[in-house]
Design a protein around this ligand. Sequence first.
Ligand SMILES: Cc1ncc(COP(=O)(O)O)c(C=O)c1O
Length: 537
Amino acid sequence: MSMTLREEVRRALIDYKNGSLKYEQLPELCATRTPKVPIVDPESPEVLKETDPTYMDSAASAPLLLPPKLFAETLEAKYRSNYGRSYGYSEKIIRRSLHQTRAEALAYFGGVPQDHIVVLGSNTTNLTLIFYQHVLARDSDPHILISRLSHSAASMPLRKLARETWEYIPLSSCFSLDLDGLEKRLKELRRNGSKEITLVGETTSNVTGYETEWREMISLAERYGCRVLLDNAQGGPFIEIRLKDYSADVFVVISGHKMGARDGSGVLVGPYSLFEREVPLQPTAGMILHYTEDREYFLLPPLAQEYGTPNYIAQASLAESFKVFSTVGLSRMKEGLRKRTLQLLGHLEGTDRVKVLGCAQHSHPRYGSISFVVHGEDGREVSSPAVAAALAYFHGVQLRSNHLCAPVYIQALKGIDNERANQIAESSFRLALGQDVEANFQELQRLDVADIDICSLWVVRPSVGFGTTEAAVDRFGSALRQVIQKKEYTRLTQVPMGATAQALRGGSSFTLEHVPSGLPPHLISRLVEPEVPEFEI
Ligand SMILES: Cc1ncc(COP(=O)(O)O)c(C=O)c1O
């Protein structure tokens, strides 16, 4: 063990090993420590300053946790070897490490070895695709109902199917799953003779942070004989799922990079029966026992779902994430995250001209992500990416601002009907391509979004996670107040994204990025397009 670990970090690692780790110690266990980042003063952008970074983007990727990192480094430094059927000590270590991840995942999601399978993959997107491929191959008359809160990882693959094959689950007045509406639809589908119904929903929204009614959705699935896919990308560190308790076929999918593991890891856990087929759906390397000139002898699932050399170090590291969160206890993980989320919500609701998206009448439990928009003194919406850019360039805050891969949900939250959303998107797209500039600009003016065009369909999203400290949330709150009170979002100018890199290739103005107005050219490469750091010796 390194001698340079701070005492609190060493203590947290020891507590983890002893099984007494607390939620409050998790920021100490985070291995990602970003040094000071450059910022400028909106009034005088010609002088570069430095500040502590404020990371409010945990819903996108959480910081790397030390136990997965140290475990990955041990494997890399001592036992790096391909994984397969070699003879040799290192290969056995890697193989057993991957087995450990499967065993931990199974226990974490309450599965049982004889019924459930753990497919290892690189992220939620990749594993959700594998799930859909199997559903569509197995079901002769598939029908998929998907949450309107869904992320594109779950929704996009369905959109190229005929609309009769899939539909949205209605949204409740609280902007979550409308269970009555879902039940009504399930009754109709059953009455019409639909045989194979799959429900797809997320445990936690990456937009509002709502924990959805995923348990009730499973109960409906049990009653109406459906299969369920739970996108647990956001809920991985704290949602307790007990697969063996459900009589419906329930699948759960997560991404390791949102759980403090190395990038490139994820699991899909669910009933084995979905994968029971004679041949893999995508025959390729890594899944073959043997083949002759004319016949193939494939390995069994889950190996038949895992292609080529896996990201084995990352996937092995994921076992440690499951252990860390289990050691803290998932109910304590949930409690800790809720506290931090309420702190964030308090800052947002206490800031004038901020509108938090979600149900204004009832409070719905939120975890991690909160989306908002800002209104100027004239009541018009301020471009969300401009708010995000002001936070980044003037305060060193990182958060997300766009459609969050859930534009259909954001449309509903912002009360924008589909026709209007299409008009805004279409005109913005044409404008960006330089087509019919005058006509499209007039159309955007008519829609009253000319100055922020497509951004009127977007939001700002700060998110907190197990690595977020109380101090970071307070820093964010005070930065946001300054951005709004001093109208720092007006101290920006728009330039084509990747301006310097693209200029070399002829450039495109398709996406514009906000940068501080008056920033001297020599600071662009320091602030806007920083040099990639070299490794230190
Ligand atoms: C709810 C939800 N589902 C799926 C994903 C996709 O995850 P990944 O990019 O790791 O595949 C995300 C990522 O943000 C998410 O928030």
